[in-house]
Design a protein around this ligand. Sequence first.
Ligand code: COA
Length: 258
Amino acid sequence: MNFENIIVTQQENTALITINRPTKLNALNIKTIEELHTAFDALETNENVKAIIITGSGEKAFVAGADISEFANFNIEEGTALARQGQKLLFDFVQNLGTPVIAAVNGFALGGGLELAMAAHFRVASSNAKMGLPEVSLGVIPGYGGTQRLPQLVGKGKAMEMIMTANMISAAEAKDWGLVNYVVEQAELLPLCEKLASRIAQNSSVAIGAAIKAINANYTNCVNGFGVEIEQFGISFGTADFKEGTNAFLEKRKPNFE
Ligand code: COA
């Protein structure tokens, strides 16, 4: 896959997407959002890809936000369309992807950058990372799901404080707050994410996709998450992976999920 603003590589069953606009601290312009959509869409249907890591190029930034230069002159309709399109193409799309997505937060994750990391299924940060939703300092609010996903991850009070103050928090604080699962030195960031991805790849991708659906259902308005869990649990019984996983256990061997 050839793109202007992102690089996609693959090692064994793990794909790595690198957002590559280092001179703009990997800010998300519309073109980058469209390219990310295309890449995630293709990787989800690639049977050889069992996990996806997303990171930013360079050592300074994961993503320093939506590209401010692109929307500075937008009016109400354009602003509404920007948020709606972005959420549909990228942020909701990533959250609901059937293939696990790990955000490797390698520096500033601000505004749309933190929102992208929060849309991923979980996050690992390097010790230099700084995270925040500074939108109110620009006279707007987070528009790529930040007002919804941040409270889900850190609780309402902390989310209110982060959004109202526009302050950045350190990687260590983000770990304390439950926003990231691990903090490691920058050189260890991708190796740790790759290790987690290869551990995930040993399990049933079909079952993992079903688990993502059931977990996300807990955070979807008017959907009974327990009901979705029952439904997805039942569906698992009809899959080849279920036969293989249970037979492998009973035959005292490792499963080989196709
Ligand atoms: N949109 C567009 N361009 C951005 C950007 C963004 N969100 N974040 C950084 N850039 C650009 C800068 O304009 C600059 O470009 P230039 O060299 O052509 O002038 C380049 O990236 C480097 O950024 P700079 O501000 O010079 O780096 P810094 O180390 O002094 O500061 C930050 C780093 C992250 C603190 C600062 O860039 C910043 O505050 N960015 C905006 C964060 C934000 O508000 N995000 C939410 C957007 S909704």
